[in-house]
Design a binder for this molecule. Structure first.
Ligand SMILES: Cc1cc2nc3c(=O)[nH]c(=O)nc-3n(C[C@H](O)[C@H](O)[C@H](O)COP(=O)(O)O)c2cc1C
Length: 176
C-alpha cells in the first residue's frame, strides 16, 4: 500500500475481534514505525507502554466516558499508552521562547506513524483522548501524564470501511 492507500484504510475502529490476538511481529513493526517518528529537536518527549491481557482491559476501562464513550475499548487485545516525558534542553528552550506546545505536536506525530503502520499491517486502531490519567498512570507505573491510549486489534468481521468525513480541499488549503 502507498501512503494514500494507508490513509484511506485507517479509520477509528470501535468493534474489535476479541478472539484474534495481534501477532508479535506486527506489533513490533508498529512500534518501530513509532520509533522512527520525527520530533522537535529530536527530543522524543514521550513513552509508549504496551498493555496486553488483563492490563489492556483495565487501561481500556479507564477510558470510559459519559454516554457510553469508549465502551468498546475493552474488546481490543492491545492498548498502547502514550505518556509524556520531559522535554530535552533544545525543545525546552523553544517552549520558553516561543510558547509552542511541541510535546503535544510530537505525540500527535508518533500517534500518526503508529496508527498508519497498524493500518498497513491490516490492523485497526482508535486514538482515545478521553481517559483517566491517574488510574492509567498507576496501572502502568508511569511518572508523567498519560495523554493518549491507542486501542489496537483486528476489526470484527463485517466492520466496514466508512466514507471519510473531512473538510473540502478548498476549506482546508489556501494558496498564496
Ligand atoms: C487526539 C484524539 C483524541 C480522540 N479521542 C477519541 C475518544 O476518546 N474516543 C473515540 O471513540 N474516538 C476518539 N478519537 C477518534 C476521532 O473521533 C476520529 O479520529 C475522527 O472522528 C475521524 O474519524 P476516523 O478516525 O474514523 O477517520 C480521537 C482522535 C484524536 C486524534
Amino acid at each position: 500500500m502507498n501512503f494514500l492507500q494507508i490513509a484511506n484504510a485507517r479509520q477509528s475502529c470501535r468493534a474489535y475481534d476479541e478472539n484474534r490476538p495481534v501477532e508479535e511481529e506486527k506489533l513490533n513493526a508498529i512500534l518501530e514505525a513509532a520509533r522512527l517518528a520525527p520530533s522537535a529537536c529530536n527530543g522524543q518527549p514521550y513513552h509508549l507502554t504496551v498493555c496486553r491481557g488483563e492490563t489492556a482491559k483495565e487501561v481500556a476501562l479507564a477510558t470510559k466516558g459519559p454516554g457510553g464513550m469508549n465502551k468498546f475499548a475493552p474488546q481490543a487485545p492491545v492498548c498502547i499508552v502514550i505518556s509524556e516525558m520531559p522535554y530535552c534542553k533544545g525543545a525546552a528552550l523553544g517552549v520558553k521562547l516561543k510558547g509552542t506546545d511541541y510535546r503535544s505536536i510530537d505525540m500527535g506525530i508518533v500517534t500518526a506513524y503508529l496508527t498508519a503502520e497498524a493500518a498497513a499491517q491490516g490492523l485497526s486502531t482508535c486514538i482515545l483522548g478521553w481517559l483517566d490519567d491517574d488510574k492509567i498512570r498507576t496501572l502502568c507505573g508511569l511518572e508523567y501524564p498519560v495523554r493518549l491510549v491507542i486501542t489496537l486489534g483486528y476489526a470484527r468481521e463485517g466492520d466496514k470501511l466508512r466514507a471519510k468525513k473531512r473538510k473540502e480541499m478548498e476549506e482546508l488549503v489556501s494558496w498564496r
